[in-house]
Design a protein around this ligand. Structure first.
Ligand code: ADP
Ligand code: MG
Length: 253
């Protein structure tokens, strides 16, 4: 889609877990080429919002449109094929597989039978193609030299980048990142921010949940703020930083 065109439209999405409404009629739009932040205190409903958008959890109500197509109610694998990829809040690499193999798993989302078992049953040509694609994604994030190391031997910063490369291997238009900077050291955060800026320059759109305010403010074009499952405000980083309501939410006032 051309830069600025609506890519993801989220309309009044809601998720109730029994009596708890974790996500309460949240609406926002992501435009092609934007980096959007989703912030809010712990328990605000950010990860659940990701799970609803990516089809990991069924919606209680509301609509999600990706590239003009309704995707709510679809399986997460179908949504991934439609152009949305994500990482999870906790790193989910296979530690005793190589970096390259971990990324190659992501390319199977594009094949008909996107399972690990199918991966093991690939013919030679398919496997070679998946490895070549994985290597291309590792180059994109500057990790090609670690391709043959075991993922479990990498530091946390590079592991996060591998997760991102794996998510990129399904060739998304929109990438959702859940707390990508959590636990990283300063230098690792800088390296991550640089990779994300580069992806944006390549035309990818990003939605990121992040606690590190400095990281969010420097990187995003717009920010959506949630509190107790509800939409609190949306604006530029400067507008969000200046908002008394946001300050109050974070101070628990
Ligand atoms: P955040 O990512 O903003 O910290 P979450 O989306 O993880 O918040 O959680 C929002 C609220 O929903 C929390 O009160 C949490 O305990 C609750 N919650 C999340 N997932 C579930 C679940 N599977 N079952 C019941 N409650 C849940
Ligand atoms: Mg969370």
């Amino acid at each position: 889609p051309p830069r600025g065109a609506p890519l993801l439209e989220v309309r009044k999405i809601r998720k109730a877990f029994g009596g708890l409404t974790a996500v309460n009629d949240i609406s926002f739009t992501i435009r092609a080429g934007d980096i959007v932040g989703l912030i809010g205190p712990n328990g605000a409903g950010k990860s659940t919002t990701f799970n609803l958008i990516s089809g990991v959890l069924p919606l209680t109500s509301g609509e999600v449109e990706l590239l003009g197509q309704r995707v709510d109610g679809r399986a997460s694998r179908d949504i991934a094929r439609a152009g949305l990829s994500r990482t999870f809040q906790h790193v989910k690499l296979v530690p005793d597989m190589t970096v390259l193999e971990n990324v190659a798993v992501g390319t199977y989302l594009r094949t008909k039978t996107g399972t690990l078992r199918a991966m093991l049953g690939l013919n030679g040509a398919e496997e070679a193609q998946a490895r070549a694609e994985a290597l291309r994604q590792l180059r994109r994030i500057g990790l090609e030299n670690q391709a043959h190391e075991l993922a479990g031997n990498l530091a946390l910063g590079p592991q996060r980048l591998v997760e991102i490369a794996r998510a990129l291997a399904s060739d998304p238009s929109l990438l959702l990142l859940d707390e990508p900077a959590a636990g990283l050291r300063h230098q690792e955060k800088e390296a991550l921010a640089e990779v994300l800026r580069q992806l944006k320059a390549e035309g990818l759109s990003l939605l990121l949940v992040e606690h590190d305010m400095d990281f969010v403010m420097k990187l995003t074009d717009r920010i959506v703020v949630m509190e107790f499952g509800r939409w609190l405000m949306e604006g530029t980083p400067a507008e969000v930083q200046a908002s008394p309501a946001v300050r109050a939410a974070y101070l628990g006032a």
